[in-house]
Every structure is written in C-alpha cells, then in structure tokens.
Design a protein around this ligand. Structure first.
Ligand code: SAM
Length: 314
C-alpha cells in the first residue's frame, strides 16, 4: 500500500511540476493537473485557483468501505502536500463510470457554493459541490479564445451553451449580438450571472433562450447568424424535449440546419465528446470542414483529450 502511495506521490509531483510551469507561462490559474495517469489512482484532478477539484472514477476494487476511505484520505493528504492547497479547499466527487448516458447533468447537492475564477481576464462562476461538472470546461480554453478573436462585428449563436463561457468570450470580443441557447434554466441563469460579473449588460445585444436546440433551429431564418458554437451532449432526452438527441445519428441534420441559418462564409465550431464519433462529412452541405481537435487541445489535455472539434464553413 505504502509503496503504491509513494508511486502516486512521485507521479503527481512530476506532472504538477510540468503543468504548473506551463500554466504559469500562459497565465492560467485553472487547469487540469492529473487524469487517470496511474490506473490504480483513478482520479481527475483540476485546479481552480486556490481550490482543488478531484473526481474519483469508481472502479472495482477489493477494499472495504473503511479501507477505501483510509486510502482516499492518504491520497488527499498527498494531493494537498504536492499542490500546496489546504484540506478545506479540496472538493471531491465520486463519478460513476458512464454506464448510463442519461444522467450526465444531474444535480448532486444543493449548497449553492459559487465562487469566481478568471480565465484570460474574464470571470466565471464555479461550483464544485452541486453539479457533476464545475461550470467551466477547461478543455475548450483555446476554442473560446479563437471565437473571441474572430467574432467582432458578428452575430454569434451559442447552442447547447451550458454556463455560457463561449458566449462571455464572444460578448467581450465585440460580437454585435450573442444568443445563448440551452434546455436547462439553471445553466441559462448561470450563463446570465457570468455575463453580469463581467459587466456585460447590454440587454439589446445579449439574449438567453430556453429551448430545445433541435426545435429552435427550425425557427431560424436564412442569413440570420454569422458564427455558431455547437457543443452538444452525446445523448439527451429531457422531458422538455419532443424527442431525444443522439449526436452520432443527429449531427448531420443539426449541422445542416445551422448552415441554412448562416450568412455567406459563416462558420460553425462544432465539438463532441463522443469518443467513437464519426463525422458524416459527405452529407454535410459545407464548403469546408477542418478538424481542429489538435489545434484546440490545451497543454493540460495533451495526449488525454477524448473529444473532437471541427471548424465548418458555409
Ligand atoms: C457539453 S454541455 C455544453 C458545454 C459548453 N459548450 C461549454 O463549453 O461550456 C451540453 C449542454 O447542452 C444542454 N442540452 C442538452 N440537450 C439539449 C437540447 N436538446 N437543447 C438545448 N440544450 C441542451 C445541457 O443542458 C448542457 O448545458
């Protein structure tokens, strides 16, 4: 046991030294430190400024509940020591293996424990206690910057927007309008709060729409939008939807519906976390499709990223 813990400590020290150096160079205070590096220590560890978020992926082990608790305590002590955080700033979540694809966005507690972090000079509300995800997907940091850099003077639409981090980047990048669409009222409110803390207040320019994207897209007129971000879940079947969404099956229709609403030379940033995803390029009515997965992979996800990202031009 002791020997294995020492192995974990050595590995964590090595990756933390490396990642923290790169993070400092890029002035990033939120980044992923460790992700399943050693199979016997199945954690994902992320730093949110002075707080640590640990997701433990459940696996079959031979430990009793007490033994597992003791093992976890030892791991947390090591994590605090190496990363230099206080025990009270550690947030641990037990993630199920995704056996059931339907429960991705479940609420896990109700502490309303929000705090603010900064990324590239913009502020984001984080919650490490109440939901399965934290409020900010760290792997899309570069994609967000790309959107900000090219959205000035454009009408931006963020579909499946979650807490609106792409929308905040677009609004601060001087988009003429930013429309944020999500099926969850909770996440939409979170997105609005992210706008508020960034002092982005122009109600005529920034719209938040509670809708099922599949149906919302059918309401859009041609040439009504210039830049679209679309980052759907792999599967979704909320009660509020007419039918369900399966990204492998539905991506062609979704993308073609967006292309129909885009202006000439308009662009879609399309991303999916479905590891087995195959883009059906032949049936997408675009002039260009570029795989930008590699280009949008940040330093803390190199070699570990399990998502795809495409830039699709009308
Ligand atoms: C993977 S997250 C998007 C992450 C976001 N692009 C980001 O980077 O922060 C998926 C989001 O889609 C929303 N969602 C799921 N099904 C939906 C639907 N049919 N219509 C609209 N939003 C939906 C969920 O509420 C969730 O916020």
């Amino acid at each position: 046991m002791q020997e294995k813990l020492q192995m974990f400590e050595n590995r964590l020290l090595k990756v933390f030294k490396h990642k923290s150096k790169l993070a400092k160079r890029q002035q990033m205070s939120c980044y992923r430190i460790y992700d399943h590096d050693l199979p016997e220590f199945p954690f994902c560890i992320e730093l949110y400024e002075k707080r640590i978020y640990i997701a433990e992926y459940l696996r079959r082990h031979k430990l009793t509940e007490e033994e597992h608790e003791a093992w976890l305590e030892n791991c947390i002590t090591i994590i605090c020591k190496i990363i230099g955080v206080k025990n009270e700033d550690v947030y641990i979540k037990h993630r199920k293996r995704k056996s059931n694809r339907h429960d991705q966005y479940e609420k896990t507690a109700n502490k309303k424990d929000f705090f603010v972090v900064e990324e590239n000079g913009l502020k984001f509300l984080i919650n490490l206690t109440d939901y399965l995800d934290t409020g900010l997907f760290l792997d899309h940091r570069i994609t967000r910057t790309m959107v900000k850099e090219e959205c000035a003077g454009k009408r931006v639409l963020n579909l499946f927007a979650y807490t609106g981090s792409f929308s905040v980047y677009a609004a601060s990048g001087k988009a003429t309008s930013v429309t944020t669409v999500d099926l969850s009222k909770t996440y939409l409110q979170w997105a609005e709060d992210n706008f508020t803390i960034n002092l982005l207040k122009d109600k005529n320019k920034f719209t938040f729409i509670h809708a099922d994207v599949k149906q919302y897209l059918k309401t859009l007129q041609p040439n009504s939008v210039d830049l679209v971000i679309m980052d759907p879940p792999t599967f979704s079947n909320s009660k509020r939807m007419k039918d369900f969404l399966d990204i492998q099956q539905d991506h062609v229709t979704l993308i073609n519906d967006v292309l129909h609403a885009l202006s000439a030379n308009g662009v879609i940033y399309f991303s999916t976390n479905y590891t087995k995803f195959i883009l059906d390029a032949n049936n997408i009515q675009a002039s260009q499709i570029k795989d930008i997965t590699k280009q949008t992979t940040p330093f803390d996800f190199e070699g570990k990223l399990k998502r795809w990202c495409y830039k699709i031009t009308k």
